[in-house]
Design a protein. Structure first.
Length: 319
């Protein structure tokens, strides 16, 4: 973290003030979250933590040998019909019991660090950016020092991201779609493409190319994830070419083949199945065409290996 504690507190205060007419994410709902109003993300003034654990299923530079200290925030500013985390992202009424204080969020970060994690991995952090900075303003003086990972769907506001400059070490955004028609149909967001692309460019401006230590554990940089969807709906070919041409041919990418029809996917026959080898090959060949050489590609068997269950006790990924 490059910013001073005083600067961190100032940024936390500025972001928190914006909750009174919320414009934290690009939806700019204008709800007064400080007074208990819920906007599109259905979240108020306090963070909601559904689960936290040492996670070994992230990219190798994040999980390493000791795990990524992962904090799963509840609720979301998207409505993906196929979300594998739908139990916590799209069921806000069942998440009320997981509301925590700012101090408790700070303690969770420190607890994960004490367990030996390589980083603090904030999953779905966008709508809780103010609360995260408030918690960091407590945790950092108390000894939090591992890298901070911002694990996001990339539907992020530039104004909010600028407050994270020098705070977030590693950005882990999705690039979900190359078509606004697809993003609106499957995630209820009509302007995803331009917004996400601008956000990813800002993340790369801040953090740059991925840098790891001598043990190959990520310390800084950007990793862009792309989940392959059936029938080319995610637009992997176009997105990968855009990343190479408009961001950097050296950017690190993580191609995920783990798609499994979940949540409301059965309502859409065109995505109510796993991906085929041909669909997988189309995207991996696009990597070569784009000249993207840094990163990882999941094997076709991944659809069976990464399904969480947030309704059971303990680690959501342990069977």
């Amino acid at each position: 973290m490059k910013v001073t504690i005083d600067e961190l507190r100032s940024r936390a205060a500025r972001l928190t003030a914006r909750l009174s007419a919320c414009d934290i994410c690009p939806r700019k709902c204008g709800s007064n979250r400080l007074q208990g109003e819920f906007g599109y993300c259905r979240s108020g003034a306090l963070p909601v933590v559904s689960s936290y654990c040492l996670h070994y299923g992230e990219e190798p530079v994040l999980s390493g040998t000791q795990g990524s200290g992962t904090i799963f925030f509840a609720n979301c500013n998207l409505r993906c019909v196929f979300c594998q985390n739908y139990q916590i992202s799209q069921n806000p009424y069942r998440q009320k019991e997981h509301v925590v204080s700012i101090k408790r969020l700070a303690d969770i970060m420190l607890e994960l660090q004490s367990q030996g994690c390589h980083n603090i991995n904030l999953v779905s952090p966008t709508h809780f950016a103010p609360q995260i900075l408030q918690a960091l303003a407590i945790a950092v003086p108390e000894g939090l020092k591992v890298p901070l990972v911002y694990n996001t769907n990339a539907y992020d506001s530039i104004d909010t991201l600028m407050e994270l400059d020098g705070v977030v070490d590693i950005y882990l955004p999705d690039i979900k779609y190359a078509s606004n028609e697809m993003s609106n149909k499957y995630s209820t967001v009509p302007n995803y493409v331009k917004t996400a692309r601008e956000a990813i460019k800002e993340m790369f401006r801040q953090a740059g190319e991925l840098k790891a230590d001598e043990d190959n554990i990520a310390q800084k940089g950007v990793i862009v994830r792309h989940l392959i969807l059936p029938n080319g709906i995610a637009g992997g070919h176009e997105s990968l070419l855009w990343l190479a041409h408009d961001v950097s041919p050296a950017i690190t990418v993580s191609i995920m083949s783990q798609y499994h029809p979940m949540h409301n996917a059965a309502r859409f026959p065109e995505i109510n199945r796993r991906i085929t080898p041909a669909e997988y090959n189309t995207v991996t060949e696009s990597l070569e065409e784009a000249g993207l050489e840094n990163g990882w590609v999941q094997g076709m068997e991944s659809a069976d290996n990464y399904l969480p269950d947030f309704e059971k006790e303990g680690h959501p990924f342990k069977k």
